[in-house]
Ligand binder design. Structure first.
Ligand SMILES: CC(C)(COP(=O)(O)OP(=O)(O)OC[C@H]1O[C@@H](n2cnc3c(N)ncnc32)[C@H](O)[C@@H]1OP(=O)(O)O)[C@@H](O)C(=O)NCCC(=O)NCCS
Length: 449
């Protein structure tokens, strides 16, 4: 074994430990687009799911089958018909859906049954249990269009699924449901996954999809300064949805986002859209700090927002103790009043208990994050991190490449969050002129991905 290996593997493995502890015993509902299976991604996704399961996470896997049903229809010489973004399931389409679901269940069970030595599945024993956990009702006739055997979820057998999860099995759901009269309905993967996540009050709903996530400027094309927005507060996600056109196709912004928002509003704290094109995307999203796709997160318990002039008193009260002990540079009321629009804050019941300000230097495509503070009684609960993310979002939205901080005492906190040390000479000219050489603050820079 090379000596270098120890120095890379051990810190890397330890860095994942907090996430392993955090997710143990939690319930994840995974919506897997049929396109992922058609693209041959199932073996690796099954390996990753088996690994996550072995770390104590309860998993409900819902598979989609859009391309597989369309392929069956094509073989039968029939065309796939859609309206309002939903398949119109006639007798032939229902037959095709049943065939496709049967085939996919078989493939998924097979993928979880591998266990050859020297593969990631060696030694794993994943029990895959599927069943009639979903009760459905017809979509019916909408705007004069008869959807025939297309249905929507009416009820999820929470007790049945929970018992199966408690026994350590993976629950596999197909986009099918039955009415109390025994009639079969073709459902959408997105509806089944969202309904299951909501009914189970799952900790996460994750869609593994053909899209990489939601971009910072959602309607604009992919580019270096329009990357994926890794964290969308529920309110922002709702705003994007309100402005987006009705979704017909998975590439439409609202297609997965509408389900993430619905789940979040109904009590699932975090829902994610991640790409199947990136190998290991599920591991990257769940066990790495910044993730890879878009996470919609419900922040209703507290309000994270930009500051207004009414917040000046609250900000002063929060930062003054840290100014007094020298942790923060002194800023007077007048300066905060002048710059209040630069601040983001977290407020709870009218009390501000976290803040930070963003001072852009557009000519250097960077910005300073200043006055990052979390009130002593709520430190250590992730609020510092939330404020940092908000500041990063604001900087990205301004088209900046990086943010920097000047600190005398908190370097390790920044190092852990992707900042690297830089020389004071690195600072933008305008900032260098104001740099207090006596204070000898250290400069840390974070590149915005
Ligand atoms: C630094 C600060 C903003 C972090 O806020 P927070 O809400 O406690 O941070 P989070 O909950 O996101 O992170 C907590 C983690 O940071 C660690 N941490 C807190 N202060 C730290 C420091 N000064 N140096 C290194 N790590 C620190 C905690 O030990 C905890 O680690 P753990 O997750 O391994 O237990 C907060 O401690 C603070 O307001 N400090 C005083 C003001 C300050 O120093 N601001 C920075 C000026 S440049």
């Amino acid at each position: 074994m090379s000596a270098v290996f120890n120095f890379t593997f051990v810190p890397w493995f330890r860095s994942v430990a907090p996430y392993i502890h955090m997710h143990r015993g939690k319930t994840f509902v995974i919506g897997l687009a049929g396109e992922a299976i058609a693209a041959g991604k199932l073996p690796h996704i099954a390996q990753d799911l088996a690994l996550i399961l072995s770390m104590g996470v309860k998993i409900v896997l819902v598979h989609g089958f859009r391309p597989q049903v369309n392929e069956q229809l094509r073989l039968k010489g029939h065309e796939a018909r859609y309206s309002h973004g939903i398949r119109i399931t006639d007798e032939v389409a229902l037959d095709c859906a049943q065939e496709a679901a049967g085939q996919l269940r078989y493939e998924i069970e097979a993928a979880f049954s591998q266990g050859l030595p020297n593969t990631p599945m060696a030694g794993s024993t994943v029990r895959v249990i599927s069943g009639n956990f979903i009760t459905a009702m017809p979509v019916g006739v909408v705007d004069g269009v008869d959807f025939q055997h297309s249905g929507q979820v009416r009820k999820v057998d929470v007790a049945g699924i929970s018992r199966t999860l408690e026994a350590g099995s993976l629950v596999l759901l197909s986009p099918f449901g039955f009415s109390p009269t025994g009639e079969a309905f073709n459902l959408t993967m997105e509806d089944v996954a969202t309904s299951a996540a909501t009914a189970l009050q799952a900790d996460k709903l994750v869609f593994i999809t053909e899209v990489p996530g939601i971009r910072i400027r959602p309607g604009e094309p992919e580019s270096e300064d329009n990357p994926i927005d890794t964290e969308l507060p529920l309110a922002t996600a709702e705003k994007i949805l309100a402005e987006a056109a009705q979704a017909k196709d998975p590439s439409d912004i609202a297609f997965y986002l509408q389900h993430c928002v619905k789940a979040c509003k109904d009590g699932v704290e975090r829902s994610h859209i991640i790409p199947f094109a990136v190998d290991g995307s599920l591991l990257l999203e769940v066990y790495v700090h910044d993730g890879i796709g878009t996470m919609v997160v419900d922040e209703k318990l507290e309000e994270l927002r930009e500051a207004t002039p009414d917040d000046v008193g609250g900000i002063l009260a929060l930062i003054e103790p840290f100014e007094r002990d020298g942790t923060l540079v002194k800023r007077g009321r007048t300066e905060i009043e002048r710059d209040v629009a630069n601040y983001s804050i977290i407020e709870h019941d009218g009390v501000i208990f976290a803040c930070a300000a963003l001072y852009p230097y557009p000519e250097s495509r960077t910005a300073e994050m200043a006055a990052l503070t979390v009130s002593p009684q709520s430190q250590g609960q992730g609020d510092g991190e939330k404020i940092l993310k908000r500041i990063e979002q604001r900087a990205r939205a301004m088209g900046l490449d990086s943010i920097f901080v000047l600190t005398t005492r908190t370097m390790h906190w920044f190092l852990k969050r992707g900042f690297v040390r830089a020389d004071a000479d690195w600072l933008p000219e305008a900032r260098k002129r104001k740099y207090n050489w006596d204070r000898r603050s250290m400069v840390f820079v974070k590149k915005l991905g």
